[in-house]
Ligand binder design. Structure first.
Ligand code: GLN
Length: 449
């Protein structure tokens, strides 16, 4: 039924880059046989799952929505893919995204934009827009995305689904094509808090293949769903957000969610995260491109993917392959990244941004002495129109102001749908918690359902 839903909706939504229908049906049949024979298939036995196309899948193309990897087939599975398969999941295919996860609308895909299932002339958000749209359109109950500066939480909000960005180090990045390694984290999209918890129980395990994966014990996330009230909880709201000029519909969603928290027993506490909101964005757009420029150096036409044909020297091969293979936004990031890392500017930009990052971390640590979690919007606006921001990269970057600080501090954050605007656009709110506080987020999310 997921595949036929996909078949009927894909012509208008275009959330998928690769659909592995035959393999999925064969796998489902095999699982069915094993279940009939009395075998326990695992916590995701038979559950269809979709992956963002930056997670390596053995024998299945992994393009990162880039021309440079258009035909690249990885020889191995990312750890998250292995864990899903071991838990009994059925993979349906790979979802569209902004090229190399750089963007917030899926418009930077080399293979065409994805439409928001709630309003086809609008973007699904990004960079994991295909995954969010796929879950919203009913292609699968679960999809995975990656979040470097908001790419799970913002599209979840735009598409009216749940999206969790775990604590940095909770899910393995082994086999995730790196964008900014110190910020990237894989997490789930789903339509209920319960499904988010279930997937996290499968993915939230230590992986020796990723040196930044932390050896924390696997959590029983589903336990967090039992309480169903927020008695004794203190939830922080930001002075800076109250003063920020953003969309009225998002403001209303936030204040209604705050009311709901209070009704469920929480105490709302005003806090301040001045550096995070005022300087987080600017420092992210130094650090993330810096890391990206280094990570993307490997795409040289020799080691991976496509390679320019008629070059006369190795240097020409590098130049042509990268010129033809990367889109504008990726080139913009590489240029910015190499610039801020260059000898003359390193101290002024990269080093300074690292210092800001440290202050942001300290600021959050202080805030969490007073509150259990923090509520804020996932983005300043609901889903915008296709083409609306594409010619204004700075405006597109500004849309990440409320999600980026969370990555800078390595914290977990969840985006949940709390309603719809008059014209039918999904409206979300975001909660963030201290490191390893995913349970806190889930217990809040379930109360808001
Ligand atoms: N929109 C942000 C960017 O373009 C975040 C992307 C992401 O989280 N992958 O960098």
């Amino acid at each position: 039924s997921c595949l036929s839903r996909m078949e009927s909706k894909e012509p208008e939504i275009h959330a998928m880059l690769t659909v592995t229908a035959d393999a999925a049906i064969a796998r489902a049949r095999e699982l069915d046989g094993r279940r009939s024979a009395g075998e326990d298939l695992g916590p995701l036995g038979g559950v269809p799952v979709i992956l963002k196309d930056n997670m390596c899948t053995a024998g299945v193309k992994t393009t990162c929505a880039s021309r440079i990897l258009e035909k690249w087939v990885p020889p191995y599975d990312a750890t998250v893919v292995r864990l899903l398969l071991e838990a009994g999941a059925v993979l349906l295919g790979k979802a569209n995204m902004d090229e190399f996860a750089m963007g917030g609308s899926t418009e930077n895909s080399a293979f065409g934009v994805t439409s928001n299932p709630w309003a086809l002339d609008r973007v699904p958000g990004g960079s994991s827009g295909g995954s969010a749209a796929a879950v919203a359109a009913g292609y699968a109950p679960i999809a995975l995305g990656s979040d470097t500066g908001g790419s799970i939480r913002q599209p979840a909000s735009f598409c009216g689904v749940y999206g969790l960005k775990p604590t940095y180090g909770r899910t393995s990045r082994y086999g995730l094509v790196a964008f900014a390694s110190s910020l990237d984290q894989i997490g789930p999209f789903a339509r209920t808090a319960e499904d988010v918890a279930l997937v996290m129980e499968v993915l939230g395990v230590h992986d020796p293949m990723d040196s930044t994966s932390q050896p924390v014990p696997a959590d029983e996330f589903s336990q967090a769903l039992a309480a169903r009230d927020l008695k004794g909880k203190r939830i922080g709201y930001l002075k800076e957000v109250a003063e920020y000029d953003y969309d009225e519909r998002m403001k209303k969603a936030l204040s209604e969610a705050m009311k709901a928290c209070e009704e469920a027993g929480a105490e709302m506490v005003e806090i301040s995260l001045g550096t995070a909101i005022d300087h987080g964005l600017a420092s992210y757009y130094i650090l993330a491109p810096a890391e990206a420029s280094s990570n993307l150096a490997r795409f040289d036409g020799v080691r991976y993917g496509s390679s320019s044909k008629d070059s006369e020297s190795l240097m020409e091969l590098y130049l042509k392959t990268r010129k033809d293979g990367f889109g504008d936004e990726v080139k913009r990031r590489i240029l910015t990244g190499t610039y801020v890392l260059s000898a003359g500017f390193y101290d002024a930009y990269y080093l300074k941004a690292q210092k800001v990052r440290k202050v942001i971390k300290q600021e959050f640590a202080k805030a969490f002495e007073k509150v259990d979690s923090i509520i804020l919007p996932p983005s300043p606006t609901p889903a915008f129109k296709v083409g609306e921001l594409i010619d204004d990269p700075i405006a597109m970057y500004m849309a990440d102001v409320f999600t980026i600080p969370v990555n800078m501090a390595g914290l977990p954050g969840i985006s949940i749908n709390v309603g719809f605007s008059e014209e039918g656009l999904p409206l979300g709110v975001q909660f963030i918690a201290p490191r390893w506080g995913e349970k806190e987020l889930l217990s809040t999310a379930v109360v808001m359902e």
